[in-house]
Design a binder for this molecule. Structure first.
Ligand SMILES: *Cc1c(COP(=O)(O)O)cnc(C)c1O
Length: 354
């Protein structure tokens, strides 16, 4: 008898919960382990949230109409192709719940976003991660069937790799009846999006988040893009009041302040390139990144553990995954210019010590 006396579904009992990066409540911590944005959000977000406070006695508008309209304008699609969710993680969960029955298969790639495997486990879905080939590219031969879902982050996390449009098309062509989910959590840093491909491919869905480029991880807002027919099904299954009034108002203000987004992204991209040169200058292998983080290899046995521990002593958090094939790698989020100076100084000390 399992410890919960059979009250809990076996697939839930067996799964290990998702392990996010370490949190910190110390404001002095240079937190570069969860790809949050260390620049503040647009000041219009706080204004909009303050303006929405008066309505908290009433339920929010259930379809996030005004926010969806702003997203539709921004991305040049019909409103019928957009939905808003409580973080992009809710959107990802809806794909599993709407597209997969227990025992079905979902395909992802390794190394990739590990939350996909957690979602599969909680839904009784078999998760098959396909190894990238070479320097984190899609393999020549894509064997995706009979997957009901194929998930790829573009740019990918934790590697930062950007897959060009031709590669996304190859994935869409190979997926058969499965839904291809392109997770664009970091797309604003890459200047590339698969949203226009919805015109050609009915088996495509694209996910966006305001957690990274818009500096709103704490507000929990994601966007899902798909053709109206599947989107209507996802709408039926989501939490009815999934976005509260403050989240809807704040997210809309953030989307409408395009200049703020452009300036923040420019700063982060410039900082990323400077940081990449700094890491490479210490003799470490750093992979090309189109996102707001860098992925690099550390020398020597347990070099990654040692360097991340040494950075932690200086109150700098980076992410070590320890997974197959990448246990000697670290991922560092791109913070402010000052954050990256501290990081590079700490990294240099750690590398010299080894
Ligand atoms: C951060 C991240 C998300 C989660 O975004 P939320 O909107 O905060 O839930 C989704 N996918 C990838 C690949 C991410 O890195």
């Amino acid at each position: 008898m399992p410890p919960t006396m059979g009250i809990i579904r076996a697939c839930v009992e067996k799964m290990t919960g998702y392990l996010p990066g370490e949190m910190s409540i110390d404001p002095r911590t240079v937190k570069l382990n969860q790809n949050e944005n260390r620049h503040p959000p647009s000041p219009r977000v706080a204004e909009a949230i303050a303006g929405a406070l008066g309505g908290l006695n009433l339920y929010p508008e259930s379809t996030s109409r005004s926010l969806r309209r702003a997203a539709a304008e921004l991305y040049g699609v019909s409103e019928r192709r957009v939905m808003a969710t409580n973080g992009s993680d809710e959107m990802l969960s809806l794909f599993f719940r709407c597209c997969c029955s227990p025992g079905d298969e979902a395909v992802g790639f390794h190394p990739g976003y590990t939350y996909y495997a957690t979602l599969a486990a909680m839904n009784g879905v078999r998760y098959r991660p396909i190894d990238f080939s070479g320097e984190f590219r899609l393999p020549e031969r894509l064997e995706l069937e009979p997957a009901r879902l194929v998930l790829l982050a573009n740019p990918n996390s934790p590697t930062g790799t950007l897959f060009p449009e031709g590669e996304i098309r190859r994935l869409l062509a190979a997926a058969g009846n499965g839904l291809v989910v392109i997770d664009e959590a970091y797309a604003d840093f890459s200047g590339q999006t698969s949203i226009p491909l919805l015109d050609e491919y009915p088996n495509l869905a694209v996910v966006r988040t305001l957690s990274k480029s818009h500096s709103l991880a704490g507000l929990r807002v994601g966007l899902g893009f798909a053709r109206p027919e599947p989107l209507a099904q996802f709408e039926k299954v989501r939490d009815f009041y999934n976005l509260d009034r403050l989240a809807q108002a704040g997210a809309e203000a953030a989307l409408r302040d395009r200049d703020w987004l452009r300036r923040t992204v420019e700063r982060i991209v410039a900082s990323r390139e400077r940081t990449a040169r700094g890491i490479a200058g210490l003799g470490l292998k750093v992979y090309p990144s189109a996102a707001n983080f860098l992925f690099f290899r550390c020398p020597g046995d347990s070099g990654a553990e040692r360097i991340s521990a040494s950075l932690r002593e200086r109150n700098i958090l980076v992410r070590h995954f320890g997974n197959r094939g990448i246990s000697d790698c670290l991922r560092v989020s791109i913070g402010t210019e000052a954050d990256m100076d501290l990081f590079l100084a700490g990294l240099e000390k750690a590398v010299r010590k080894g």
